[in-house]
Design a binder for this molecule. Structure first.
Ligand code: C2E
Ligand code: MG
Ligand code: MG
Length: 281
């Protein structure tokens, strides 16, 4: 009565595709077609792997690989992200417990979606998983995007506070890409700030990116937070970040996300290299 709507035939088609993908994903969860890949987070100075970021992968029955950018938004809207996210959290924690048992001293970072972050049972679920796996809570870092944290900043401060109370670490993912209130940033009990790849891209040249990265690092240091640079692809970027005072990083320069067995080979290789250096001393 007070407006008009337009119908575009493509809309029906897109909706149909989305619904098909959603039902496809429900089956995929039951059929265990999801997997976690692990990308090393390294100490830029020593090259030592300090943690792994767990990243979801989905290969369907036809061998088609779907990236998280395609399926996470649909999982988020349909609510499927809750069981999927719990599966990812549990799998990553169990895997890390196994690596600790084998003598690899590493932690794991798991991404949390907005919907998971708003789940009233989040604390209980996280506490249950770490207890069930026997993972020391400080070995788990939960990554939440700046956008998700700032949707309801007051509630984020509370939720993140309760997670920190059980000893879990918190990282702010894709930092710099969302709208962040600096006064809330001060209150958000995050341990780590992850500098988004879009700034890392231009960090090796005298550029606006470099100025922004320096500003983020200065802010992080002043607030006593760790920093991880995301998406490092070149030695020049790594050197520029190191010079600017960034301690940790991840990116294809070191390794892409890998299946657990391959990640473990990387860990074992790293340990051999460290031993060889120690023997030479
Ligand atoms: P993110 O958490 O910021 O993860 C980093 C993304 O950057 C990953 O993309 C990783 O593969 C990619 N990356 C890392 N190094 C490089 C590099 O050197 N060059 C380039 N071009 N890319 C690099 P991926 O795996 O496609 O994941 C995309 C996003 O999907 C993640 O961004 C995260 O927001 C979301 N995601 C992935 N797994 C999960 C999950 O288990 N739960 C939730 N809620 N979100 C997830
Ligand atoms: Mg992340
Ligand atoms: Mg990120």
């Amino acid at each position: 009565r007070s407006g008009y709507s337009c119908y575009e035939s493509g809309l029906g088609e897109r909706l149909h595709q989305r619904l098909a993908l959603e039902s496809h994903m429900r089956d995929a969860l039951v059929l265990q077609q999801f997997a976690l890949h692990y990308q090393p987070i390294v100490d830029l100075k020593s090259g030592r792997i300090i943690a792994a970021e767990a990243l979801l992968r989905w290969e369907d029955a036809d061998g088609v690989r779907h990236g998280p950018a395609e399926f996470i938004p649909i999982a988020e809207e349909s609510g499927l992200i809750l069981p999927l996210g719990e599966w990812a959290l549990k799998t990553a924690c169990m895997q890390t417990r196994q690596w600790l048992d084998q003598g690899f001293q590493i932690g794991v970072a798991v991404n949390l979606s907005t919907r998971q972050f708003q789940d009233p049972d989040l604390l209980e679920k996280v506490a249950f998983v770490i207890a069930d796996c026997g993972l020391p809570p400080s070995r788990l870092e939960l990554e939440i995007t700046e956008g998700a944290a700032m949707l309801d900043p007051e509630s984020s401060v509370k939720v993140l506070g309760t997670l920190k109370n059980i000893g879990v670490r918190i990282a702010i993912d894709d930092f710099g890409t969302g709208y962040s209130s600096l006064s809330y940033l001060k209150r958000i009990p995050a341990d780590t700030i992850k500098i988004d790849k879009s700034f890392v891209d231009g960090v090796s040249e005298e550029s606006e990116d470099r100025a922004i990265v320096r500003a983020i690092l200065a802010l992080a240091h002043a607030l006593d937070k760790h920093t991880v640079a995301e998406g490092i692809e070149t030695t020049e970027q790594k050197l520029a970040l190191e010079t600017a005072g960034c301690a940790w990083g991840q990116g294809h320069l070191f390794s892409p996300p890998l299946p657990a067995e391959q990640f473990q080979m990387l860990l074992a290789g790293g340990r051999e290299i460290t031993r060889a250096i120690e023997r030479q001393r």
